[in-house]
Design a binder for this molecule. Structure first.
Ligand code: NAD
Length: 256
């Protein structure tokens, strides 16, 4: 399908899942606004070769003023935001009673509140044009819990609730809002959890094997490309009556 003439903002797209989704949308012809920390030049150069327009804004999405600056920039640069992929997210692992308060606040701000702010900022333009897609990268942890991930699990459950509300509030329009719930994807966010196990004395290969074996029956990682192709489907006409859904792509994690 072609997304030529559409503009997508993909938050947290300088690495991992966000970059994978941005690649798929760029291949389909969309203009892309990348966001995230670190060196974005490699991603910008790569996506520009695919033909659409590419821009990057380094907003820290835990700050409301910076979120507003990102969306103002995207609209100014490309004239509209048609597709919003709320992807940026962070993790911190600790039991509740030892969970650092500042880590809780940072995770709720980025993983949950930024999804609300981005959505409220793009919806007026989407309603004016009567077309839009808001796709929230939640997690299996939006549907089930795991020990040590209090803030992440709370935020991701919140994202799925917010997705349902926006899905209902836009139900009679050509705007849809859905969540995708990945299982393990081998990105820097998950590599850190493998490294932490290795630092505790487990062989790195064994640490990776254990991580998969504990939760993901396929024993294989989901890839950013798998998720990008689902985003593309949700942007298509065939996906236009998927509304307020939380769609797991998890190697069987939630079937257990
Ligand atoms: P990642 O660490 O590879 O990428 C995170 C991105 O977010 C990076 O571009 C980073 O620069 C950006 N970012 C971090 N803090 C930011 C901030 N304050 N403001 C703006 N950008 C910021 O992580 P990932 O694994 O690709 O995760 C992407 C999303 O997918 C997250 O929401 C995560 O919860 C979700 N997810 C990941 C997995 C997995 O197994 N990797 C599974 C389920 C859900």
């Amino acid at each position: 399908m072609s997304l030529q003439g559409k503009t997508a903002v993909v938050t947290g797209s300088t690495s991992g899942i966000g970059l994978g989704i941005a690649r798929v949308l760029a291949k389909a012809g969309a203009n892309i606004v990348l966001n995230g920390f670190g060196d974005a030049q490699g991603a910008i150069d790569e996506l520009r070769c695919l033909g659409g327009g590419v821009a990057h804004h380094p907003a820290d999405l835990s700050e409301v003023a910076q979120i507003e600056a990102l969306f103002a920039y995207a609209e100014e640069h490309f004239g509209a935001v048609d597709i919003l992929v709320n992807n940026a997210g962070i993790q911190h692992v600790a039991p509740v009673e030892q969970f650092p308060v500042d880590a809780w606040d940072r995770i709720i701000a980025l993983n949950l509140s930024a999804v609300f702010h981005g959505s409220r900022l793009v919806l007026p333009g989407m309603r004016a044009r009567d077309w839009g897609r808001i796709i929230n990268i939640a997690s299996v942890h939006g549907l089930v819990g795991s020990t040590g991930k209090a803030a992440y699990v709370a935020a991701k459950h919140g994202v799925i609730g917010l997705t349902k509300v926006i899905g209902l509030e836009t139900a009679t329009s050509n705007i849809t809002c859905n969540a995708i719930c990945p299982g393990w994807v081998l990105t820097p966010l998950v590599q850190k959890q493998i490294d932490d196990r290795a630092a505790a004395g487990v062989d790195p290969q064994q640490a990776q094997h254990d991580l998969l074996a504990e939760k993901q029956p396929s024993r294989a990682f989901v890839t950013p490309e798998h998720l990008g192709e689902l985003v593309l489907f949700l942007c298509s006409e065939a996906g236009s009556q998927v509304r307020g859904a939380a769609w797991n792509v998890d190697g069987g994690w939630l079937a257990q």
